[in-house]
Design a protein around this ligand. Structure first.
Ligand SMILES: Nc1ncnc2c1ncn2[C@@H]1O[C@H](COP(=O)(O)OP(=O)(O)OP(=O)(O)O)[C@@H](O)[C@H]1O
Ligand SMILES: [Mg+2]
Length: 344
């Protein structure tokens, strides 16, 4: 009994997939405990203190709908911390929510960060977690976490290729013997798709819609390939010319056209990685294929689209939105793996 309590105090370690779009927190031996949008709603400074009104799902509901005086902030942008102060507050909020009761033991935290952060950016993430109450902070790179979460045999002497398409970044990683052999990160992912849809609807239909509507359209009818029966959706917005509210019919072909350039950037990055791959590892990819993770992997037909371009098998991993979080959580459970992967 007493021993349980003592152990309870120490098994406080948590892992955080600090994503541009979603933050997912797991606790050792308990799995995922928080999965919420990376959004913070604050009262603007001119109305007094920069007071936090909501974090996560509740705050995301406010994006684009906030009255004067309230601001919905996404502290992470393009896979990096755009607002240090808000990121820290968000991490602190999630840590406190994870452990409702007070405890003396500060947690060890492993945070998943995009590949290729600068030293300054890595330090910023670490400091955020430290000042949010961590005792010790480890970082793991996103392609590695994605590969672990996708269930790839990363420790074997075999080429494993994963493409994680998140909100802010697309990360491509080739992993063998537990290490990243090649990696590439581009700042083109879900958020860019949303913006591309917003731009397209404005250009083609003179209709003004917000980013959240752009995201809804992408999720509901977005497709990377031409569908036999195109999907349709009614979209409401403001007519740019008359200024009046207006409704249009949008199809999956519209969305495909809208996100075409972004998809091309992703396929070009993948081609670059494949071209620089050692031949032996490349042979493994021909057999095992390419795993897609991250929310962007859920765009209809993306696996087929990429497969046709690179002429290799491509598949969507199980629960792609959770792959990185699951991989980060696994690293937490395997201390040796953690020490091998974490870096300063
Ligand atoms: N069904 C879906 N179809 C298309 N896109 C989707 C779908 N579901 C979620 N998304 C998109 O996935 C993105 C979020 O994915 P994910 O949670 O993997 O990103 P993240 O980890 O927060 O970001 P990053 O890794 O870039 O920091 C968002 O852009 C969201 O719109
Ligand atoms: Mg991610």
């Amino acid at each position: 009994m007493i021993l349980d309590k003592v152990i309870g105090l120490f098994s406080y370690d948590i892992s955080i997939d600090l994503g541009t779009a979603n933050t997912i927190v797991s606790v050792k031996d308990r799995g995922i405990v928080i999965n919420e949008p990376s959004v913070v709603a604050v009262q603007s400074e001119k109305y007094g203190k920069n007071k936090i009104l909501a974090v996560g799902r509740e705050a995301k509901e406010m994006v684009g709908k906030t009255p004067g005086g309230i601001q919905a902030i996404r502290p992470m942008k393009d896979g990096v911390i755009a607002d240090f102060d808000m990121t820290e507050k968000m991490i602190r909020y999630f840590i406190e929510k994870t452990h409702k009761r007070k405890t003396f033991v500060r947690p060890r935290i492993i945070v998943c960060v995009p590949y290729g952060l600068t030293g300054v950016e890595r330090k910023a993430v670490k400091e955020s977690a430290m000042s949010a109450g961590a005792r010790e902070v480890f970082l793991i790179e996103e392609p590695m976490a994605a590969a672990i979460g996708a269930g790839l045999p990363i420790k074997e002497p075999r080429g494993n290729l994963v493409v994680d398409i998140g909100g802010g970044t697309t990360e491509i990683g080739v992993i063998s013997l537990g290490g990243l052999v090649i990696s590439k990160s581009i700042r083109v992912a879900g958020d860019k798709f949303d913006m591309a849809v917003v731009d397209y609807v404005r250009r083609k239909y003179n209709l003004l819609i917000g980013e959240r509507t752009g995201e809804e359209i992408k999720i509901d009818i977005g497709s990377a390939i031409s569908l036999d029966t195109p999907l349709r959706m009614q979209v409401k917005g403001r007519d740019q010319v008359s200024g009046l509210l207006h409704t249009i019919d949008l199809t999956s072909d519209d969305v495909r056209e809208a996100i075409k350039e972004s998809l091309k950037e992703i396929s070009n990055a993948l081609k670059d990685v494949l071209e620089s791959m050692p031949p032996d590892l490349a042979g493994d990819i021909v057999e095992d294929g390419i795993a897609l993770t991250g929310g962007g992997a859920l765009i209809r037909g993306l696996d087929k689209y990429l497969s046709e371009i690179v002429k290799l098998p491509v598949y969507v991993a199980d629960e792609p939105l959770l792959a990185v979080a699951k991989g980060t959580g696994r690293a937490l459970e395997e201390i040796d793996l953690l020490q091998q992967l974490a870096y300063e």
